[in-house]
Design a protein around this ligand. Structure first.
Ligand SMILES: NC(=O)c1ccc[n+]([C@@H]2O[C@H](COP(=O)([O-])OP(=O)(O)OC[C@H]3O[C@@H](n4cnc5c(N)ncnc54)[C@H](O)[C@@H]3O)[C@@H](O)[C@H]2O)c1
Ligand SMILES: [Zn+2]
Length: 371
């Protein structure tokens, strides 16, 4: 590919739904280009509400307000306490009140400034307020930049159930400021790397190799390298969701590492970050793939050990494999009954398998359990 073409392709990414244009994703190094990027949404006469959380607002809200004030008719902000425990309908109710007080109508917009929690909540409020208004994603965690801001899944938790209430609602635009990653703590950054590496493992071996080759720069959070990495990951997720927007089939490959991962996450009572559990679940899935001779031994050990280089765990303690299996089965109760496991056909290619036995899963879990 010529450098010019590559350059143009990387200025923005176009996401389609049902083969039609849905929205643009802009990967940028600062907030400077935001007003210009928003011109395509025709917001000059519109009201906007920026929704953020109590950690992100002190860092970036003023700058965002300064950029957006001249671009629209009326701007306000609404801050939700940070943390998954606030991702619920009580907080959404309070947000609706703010939107009503601000007089938002069907043509107005919400802006999600924060990680996946804020993106999911703002998207859900936008999907439901007045039967649906537009919203913009401004993701500020690595996980939200490469994963949750793309694909249109929105929602909140309900009692102990994660993402129990929600809607598919596509953003009108995604503006990624890579620069926000510099304030993210190391653990949250590593957690996002869990999803980045997953994308390479399931769909693109050369992207995966590229990540390994750039481990040093990624660890130092070199902005240009991170931009390239985020663009690569966004493209992989985009391609998968474009082919299966409502998660009826192929999109399930994105759940690689999530079957065992979610179960561990739950049993550890959310003590581990999501991407840390994805890393553990990926090692489990890679182990089963190795046992089935889909990948060779060297590849398995390479996959396992590279997670360490990115600050992610490859073993767990104080949980029993049988309990993790039971939790994984319980998690999937609402599917058809079988555990749908995502395995690797080879490096860079995953498939959905419904034949993985309890024994294969417990053996893999036993292998990664630290004693
Ligand atoms: N919709 C989807 O397709 C999808 C996909 C994956 C995950 N999710 C959801 O995403 C959520 C997890 O997202 P997350 O990992 O971004 O968590 P998060 O939104 O809770 O952010 C993690 C922490 O980082 C802080 N933070 C955010 N940006 C920061 C920055 N730039 N500098 C410093 N601190 C910052 C936040 O305040 C928070 O404390 C979960 O609720 C999960 O269900 C949704
Ligand atoms: Zn995930």
């Amino acid at each position: 590919m010529s450098d010019v073409r590559k350059q143009q392709e990387n200025d923005f990414i176009t996401v389609k739904k049902d083969r039609r244009f849905a929205y643009h994703i802009y990967p940028e190094l600062s907030f400077d280009a935001l007003p210009e990027r928003l011109e395509e949404l025709d917001i000059k006469d519109r009201r906007m509400v920026i929704v953020s959380d109590s950690n992100v607002a002190p860092l970036y809200l003023d700058e965002l307000k300064e950029k957006l004030t001249p671009a629209c008719r009326q701007l306000s902000s609404y801050v939700i306490p940070a943390g998954e425990e606030h991702k619920n309908l009580d907080e959404i109710r309070k947000l609706y009140i703010h939107l009503i007080e601000q007089g938002l109508d069907r043509n107005d917009l919400l802006v999600a400034l924060g990680g996946g929690v804020i993106g999911d909540m703002t998207g859900f409020a936008a999907a439901t307020y007045l039967r649906g208004i537009r919203f913009i994603q401004v993701p500020t965690t690595l996980l939200s930049q490469v994963d949750s801001s793309i694909g249109g899944k929105t929602g909140v938790d309900f009692d102990q159930y994660k993402n129990m209430v929600g809607a598919f609602h596509q953003p009108s635009l995604v503006y990624i400021n890579i620069g926000t990653l510099k304030t993210l703590d190391d653990r949250q950054f590593a957690s996002g790397m869990g999803e980045v590496l997953k994308h390479g493992l399931i769909r693109d071996a050369s992207y995966y190799e590229w990540c390994l080759d750039h481990m040093g720069e990624i660890g130092e959070r070199d902005p240009e390298v991170l931009r390239e990495m985020v663009i690569g990951s966004v493209h992989i997720k985009r391609r998968v969701v474009e082919r299966d927007p409502q998660e009826k089939g192929e999109r399930a490959v994105l759940n690689f590492g999530h079957t065992a991962g979610h179960a561990i996450e739950k049993l550890k009572k959310f003590e581990l970050a999501h991407g840390e559990c994805v890393a553990l679940g990926s090692v489990v899935a890679a182990y089963i793939s190795r046992k089935r001779e889909l990948i060779d031994e060297d590849t398995f050990y390479e996959i396992r050990d590279m997670f360490v280089g990115f600050g992610l765990p490859i073993s767990f303690d104080s949980l029993e494999p049988e309990d993790i299996l039971a939790a994984a089965k319980h998690d999937k109760k609402m599917d058809k009954g079988n555990i749908r496991f995502i395995l690797l056909k080879k490096l860079g290619s995953a498939y959905i398998d419904e034949t993985v036995s309890d024994q294969e899963i417990t053996e893999a879990l036993r292998f990664i359990k630290a004693d």
